[in-house]
Design a protein around this ligand. Sequence first.
Ligand SMILES: *Cc1c(COP(=O)(O)O)cnc(C)c1O
Length: 458
Amino acid sequence: MKKQIYERPLIHRINTGMMNKFGTKTEYAPVSHIDGLAVKDLIKEYGSPLFVLSEDTIRNTYREAVRAFKTRYPKIQFAWSYKTNYINAVCNIFHQEGSWAEVVSGFEYQKAINNGVPGPKIIFNGPDKSDDDLRRAITNNSPIHIDHLDELYRLTELAEEMNKRPNVAIRVNMDTGIYPMWDRFGFNYENGQAWDAINKIILGNRLELIGVHCHIGTFMLSPQAYATAAYKLSDLALGIKKKFGKTIHYIDMGGGFASKNTLKGSFLPGADTTPTIDQFAESITTALLNAGFTEKDLPLLVLETGRALIDEAGYLLGSVIANKRLSDGRRATIMDFGVNILFTSFWYDHKISPAQEFSSYTEDTVMYGPLCMNIDVVRSHITLPPLKKEDHVVVHTVGAYNMTQWMQFIAMRPAVVLIGTDGKSHLIRNKETIENIESSEVMPDFLKKHALASGILK
Ligand SMILES: *Cc1c(COP(=O)(O)O)cnc(C)c1O
């Protein structure tokens, strides 16, 4: 017979049924393996905490998204949003699948070049492009998405100076019925700014306008908003055809489709409420097909989907440091990962599963990270079975924005492992070391010695 696990007795209020006032009970089954590999073994090999990505899930999610759009519209192209997760191994999975790169800084642009993406397949977005960034993008024939008039004028000067005709698109912001409106990026549709910029570009005749672009928000839960955006961008493209007889090569709908995470304050889990990729695809493609393009002029549909393609493929494995009782009697569990590496815990209630067998007792728990900082709370309320020191947990749906927005604060950043479709684990980012961090520090000569180190002070 299997040895029973000892659990210290505790007195608690019984929760009947599925729900309590904090929402659904957490997991009923432990998650002991990811893609066939044991959590315990992964932690033993690579340390705790540990980010794990599933190659299988990344490829399947991507192919599912391509299918959703391709079956509805004849010309589509995805461009991987680097800032969502720019670990090179991740980018290269998307590039192997045929995705272009979408970058928002000179740094990300260089990463895409280093990954071997050809210039014309790197979409350059964002408000901050230096002269050097622009020159490089012009030389490489990358589509440059203009964010503001100052950039438009500077690009015109550089085009003149370099005797080149850069390929450009404009970023357009608009009212899609979702508030607050994202109007800080690009040119507004309703007040005519976007149309002004288009006239300046085409009549200025130094830049080649090849596309119109929007990115209406992030974690969008409304497919209808995308239909509105697609109509408005189509209206601009059709207006250009009418006035100048010029065909716009692509309409870029940006990213922003919600992943299956649960926003804080939602009662139902995100997995049950997020629209499917088919619903987003249906809204966008129907709007484009009905907008009035002739078959010959139908634009290429570009998608810069980020989080919806990677979030579910990411897991964070961690271990319990300690348990304690707060002054009000509530249970607190301290984990070895916190908001330093799980940035998205500021706005999501991440699903967290114990990685080993547990009994049927559960208790409302506050889950803290390891930082010596009051805001380091991973979950303020989570219904969990009692976890013991050194027990492991699996945090789900963490593939988007954590491995780029993590910070080196108090602790060092953990390793990242990819579980390949070969069923093996592959290290794709080393755990940080003190040498990594201190290698960029410089010590001035006059600070190289001090009394404590020289042993003068006892
Ligand atoms: C961040 C960003 C994306 C990706 O957004 P998701 O919400 O991750 O899909 C796409 N395009 C632009 C311009 C962005 O800034």
